[in-house]
Design a protein around this ligand. Structure first.
Ligand SMILES: Cc1ncc(C[n+]2csc(CCOP(=O)(O)OP(=O)(O)O)c2C)c(N)n1
Length: 200
């Protein structure tokens, strides 16, 4: 399975979600499908996309957050699984694309290529719903079920270690940062207005 095909299959589901990705290949692929102000591509801070997604999910419980992670990044911050499991935000979906490699920096093999099972680690960490998928169809179904379930879910999806045609993104980190922050503000204000309307 190619990660770009998996992303394309779930792209419509992501449109209204708050999306945080790791840097490199997955960021470039999502960007190539169409950037949105509610997408943040976390540069430099390898391993921390899930931590950032957790913080947003906890502070914006009425909004769905999706984190697009990688095996190398998750292996650098395995404690994130225990922390996510401790707080269990039902509005957080954690997707791990496991290509068994540090693809974005040349393709060095990671521990998942020699037996480490990230789904098992997520289960043992206490993540309430953990799924594994190796086909586009099962991936799409898992994502759509997770988004409906209101249960913290980690989906580990094996993908081929194939780089995007281009890593170019015509968006600087700072521009992305301010645009994303404003987009979260708009979402927050909209839900405040809806709450006020309901209470009238
Ligand atoms: C602390 C830190 N170490 C190393 C890097 C360099 N680096 C950037 S992306 C990357 C690989 C990420 O691997 P993975 O999460 O498996 O995603 P993939 O590139 O395979 O899609 C590395 C090592 C970094 N940005 N920060």
């Amino acid at each position: 399975m190619l990660r770009i095909d998996a992303l394309q299959a779930i792209y419509p589901d992501l449109e209204d979600c708050i999306v945080v990705t790791i840097m490199g290949a997955v960021a470039a692929e999502l960007y190539s499908l169409g950037h949105r102000p509610n997408f943040f591509y976390l540069e430099h801070a390898m391993g921390l996309a899930s931590s950032m997604g957790l913080g947003i999910a906890l502070s914006m419980p009425e909004h769905q957050v999706v984190v697009l992670d990688g095996d190398g990044s998750l292996l650098m911050n395995l404690g994130t699984l225990s922390t996510m499991a401790r707080y269990k935000p039902g509005n957080l979906l954690h997707i791990v694309f496991d290509n068994e490699s540090l693809l974005s920096v040349g393709g060095f093999p990671t521990a998942t290529s020699s037996g480490t099972n990230l789904a098992d680690i997520a289960r043992a960490s206490g993540v309430p719903c953990v799924k594994e998928s190796g086909t586009i169809q099962s991936f799409q179904v898992s994502v759509s079920e997770a988004l409906k379930s209101k249960t913290l879910t980690t989906i580990v999806s094996k993908v081929e270690a194939i780089s995007p045609n281009s890593f170019h993104m015509d968006l600087t980190l700072l521009e992305n940062r301010f645009q994303f922050w404003r987009s979260l503000q708009v979402m927050r204000n909209q839900s405040k207005t809806r709450k006020t309307e309901r209470n009238k």
